[in-house]
Design a protein around this ligand. Structure first.
Ligand code: IVH
Length: 650
């Protein structure tokens, strides 16, 4: 590798990392990245004086510290005043309107993590300081360098402070806690604590492992000429920082309310935890005019979302027996409002978890809803105990059929195949939305049919008669006939529904669809090799499927004969055309809706994708095309106008 090639390779590695960590759009595989990284590292070892500041090898943290050094922020890090409802927003807008005229507001998410101040000088990251008391914080530069979404160098020479929030994404938080549970380590109570704890590690190698993400939200001292905050932030994003999932510069109560409602509605879908929306005056001059109180700026405000974390009391632990026999504890808690829903139940994972956290009945606990619908107990407030709390004793017998439980540590199982809870739950699952979607066959009705001795397994459903149903309490002619029709309507169902309804362990809706696309009903005749060759199919899934087919061959045949599932329609081969088998991205406004154009292109055999990558064949653009067009140009992807597309089809 020559010095010139070394420079190019560092630039290429940084481009790969930017696409991966900042744009969430990988350009290559880990393998290609790792190989190039090691070549770069080898060159640097031989030529230590040529090492570039921005080389990704410079992110690897050095030796652990004994303690952190205190460092002053070049300019103070403020906090924000909170508001909680529309009236307070209205009032705040009136107040700001009296202070300055003609202003607009930059709205962006309020991230729930740990704040960090990055100081760049001469285009290089010089220092990273935690917020501390806003005036003095702790220097964590080594740790910050391990965060891939923090650029080591930026295209700006002047001294500048870039402020942002260090967060851990929700899925990563779940993963870390599962790992920690396995290792018998204490759980993080929420993603914020996990982020803050990981940022303040004396050993940067630990920080590096936590997949922290930096989300910029502001600027401290600077020499920028832009007079609008949103323009300044655009500049920051262009230097390689992550953009917020939603942002808007707007004015007026209604418009701001609308952005807030949108952000709140999308909140669960975002990778990071949000606890509100921040509203900031966009005009920097007006900001300066408005100034600060002792603690907060007068030109900004945090409009909080309803809390997803609350303190409540654990009243009881009840047991649930699933269709596979797994017995799981469920916490019954004092009713609390969590993000607009009244919550009484929280998940506890398993009995080991209760022991590990030393959860006792009567304890004050923190519950958190971070992504899943059912909140979890994440922390016990042991300091609130008054002696009345009682330890929980693990069950040894099934709460439903009383047979002895098999305790495998993390998993506790009722082994009685005829346990009524297992049978009933299996039938409920069979009829549920992602399976056969049998309208009207919900929990209650399944229980009634089972208790009356009319059904003992899923196949019994198909021999139910009108007379049998009419004999039940509350079943009139119309309701009974409707239910029978719905059950019989499952005949000829889509093949993937039938596969999913079998309830095979590790084979959910997505895997069922994949199986169905690849093999149709013949999925029972497939070998392990063929299964593993499918994208997304692992060893565990393949083994589970093969074992199920071996043990339940007869049941599968009977169900297939009853249901006669439809194999997916073979797509008709598209006629030859320039877009057949090509990957296409649509952007900008077109002569008709993009949805229509997408349908047309798909009928021509094109794959229409939402994001541009190296694999895109064409970006078809209309008026006001934005970042997708720019990205296509920078990647060298062919761009064509809508008119050109129509010409090509003629
Ligand atoms: S602006 C001059 N914007 O919230 C205003 N802060 O409650 C200073 N935070 O310490 C803060 N997302 O750690 C701002 N988009 C955002 C934010 C944000 C999260 C945190 C930040 C700050 C705290 C204030």
């Amino acid at each position: 590798m020559t010095k010139e090639q070394y420079r190019e390779n560092v630039a290429l590695l940084n481009k790969y990392a930017h696409y991966y960590y900042v744009l969430d759009d990988p350009l290559t595989t880990d393998d290609v990245y790792d190989r190039l990284y090691h070549e770069v590292l080898a060159f640097e070892e031989k030529n230590p004086t040529d090492v570039l500041k921005e080389s990704p090898t410079q992110r690897v943290g050095g030796t652990p510290l004994d303690k952190f050094t205190k460092a002053s922020h070049p300019s103070r890090m403020w906090s924000l005043e909170d508001i909680f409802n529309a009236q307070e927003l209205q009032k705040w807008l009136e107040k700001t309107g009296k202070l300055v005229d003609n202003i607009s507001f930059y709205c962006e998410p309020k991230y729930d993590g740990a704040s960090l101040n990055l100081i760049y000088a001469n285009g290089e990251l010089a220092q990273a300081i935690t917020r501390g008391d806003g005036v003095v914080g702790e220097e964590v530069t080594q740790n910050a360098k391990t965060i891939q979404s923090i650029p080591l160098t930026i295209a700006h020479q002047g001294k500048i402070e870039i402020r942002g929030e260090v967060v851990i994404f929700k899925d990563e938080f779940e993963k870390i806690n599962i790992e920690r549970a396995k290792e018998g380590e204490a759980q993080f109570a929420n993603p914020r604590n996990a982020a803050a704890g990981s940022l303040r590690q004396l050993d940067p190698k630990i920080t590096a492992k936590r997949n922290l993400v930096f989300l910029p939200y502001g600027i401290g001292i600077n020499d920028l000429e832009e007079k609008l905050l949103h323009k300044r932030m655009e500049l920051v994003y262009s230097w390689g920082f992550r953009e917020p999932p939603r942002r808007k510069t707007t004015a007026g109560f209604e418009a701001i309310e609308e952005v807030y409602e949108q952000m709140k509605a999308e909140r669960d879908g975002y990778a990071m935890m949000l606890d509100g929306m921040v509203i900031k005056v966009d005009q920097v001059e007006a900001q300066e005019e408005m100034g600060y109180t002792v603690k907060v700026p007068r030109w900004a405000m945090a409009y909080k979302f309803p809390a997803v974390e609350k303190i409540t009391t654990l009243k009881d632990v009840i047991l649930q027996v699933g269709r596979s026999g797994a017995v799981t504890p469920v916490a019954i808690v004092e009713k609390v409002d969590l993000d607009g829903a009244m919550v009484e139940r929280a998940s506890l994972h398993n009995f080991d978890e209760i022991d590990r956290k030393d959860i006792r009945i009567g304890d004050k606990v923190i519950i958190l809803r971070s992504g899943d619908v059912i909140p979890k107990i994440v922390k016990v407030l042991t300091h609130e105990r008054d002696g009345s709390q009682k330890p929980y004793i693990r069950p040894t017998a099934c709460p439903v059929c009383n047979s002895e439980l098999l305790d495998e540590g993390a998993l506790t199982k009722c082994q009685n195949l005829a346990c009524s809870a297992r049978v009933v739950n299996a039938i409920i699952y069979f009829a549920s939305k992602p399976c056969l979607n049998i309208d009207g066959l919900g929990d209650k009705i399944v229980e009634t049919l089972y208790n009356e001795g009319l059904i003992n397994n899923v196949t019994d459903l198909f021999s139910l008669t009108l007379d049998q149903l009419l004999a039940l309490e509350g079943f009139k002619e119309k309701k009974s006939q409707k239910l029978l029709d719905a059950i019989n309507g499952a005949e000829g169902c889509e093949c993937w529904r039938y596969i999913n309804a079998l309830g095979i362990e590790h084979i959910g809706e997505v895997a069922s669809k994949t199986l169905c696309e690849n093999f149709g009903v013949a999925f029972t005749e497939v070998s392990k090799e063929e299964l593993i060759a499918i994208d997304g199919f692992g060893e565990e899934m393949a083994n589970s499927l093969l074992e199920f087919v071996r043990v339940n061959a007869e049941h599968i045949t009977t169900l297939e004969q009853i249901l006669m599932p439809k194999a997916p329609a073979k797509k008709e081969e598209a006629v030859e055309n320039p877009f057949k088998a090509k990957t296409v991205v649509l952007t900008g406004s077109m002569s008709e809706s993009r949805g229509n154009i997408k349908t047309m292109l798909e009928a021509l055999g094109a794959k229409v994708s939402g994001s541009v990558s190296k694999k895109t064949d064409f970006v078809i653009y209309g008026e006001d095309a934005g970042s997708k067009y720019d990205k296509a140009v920078s990647l060298g992807v062919e761009t064509i106008t809508e008119t050109k597309m129509r010409e090509m089809l003629r």
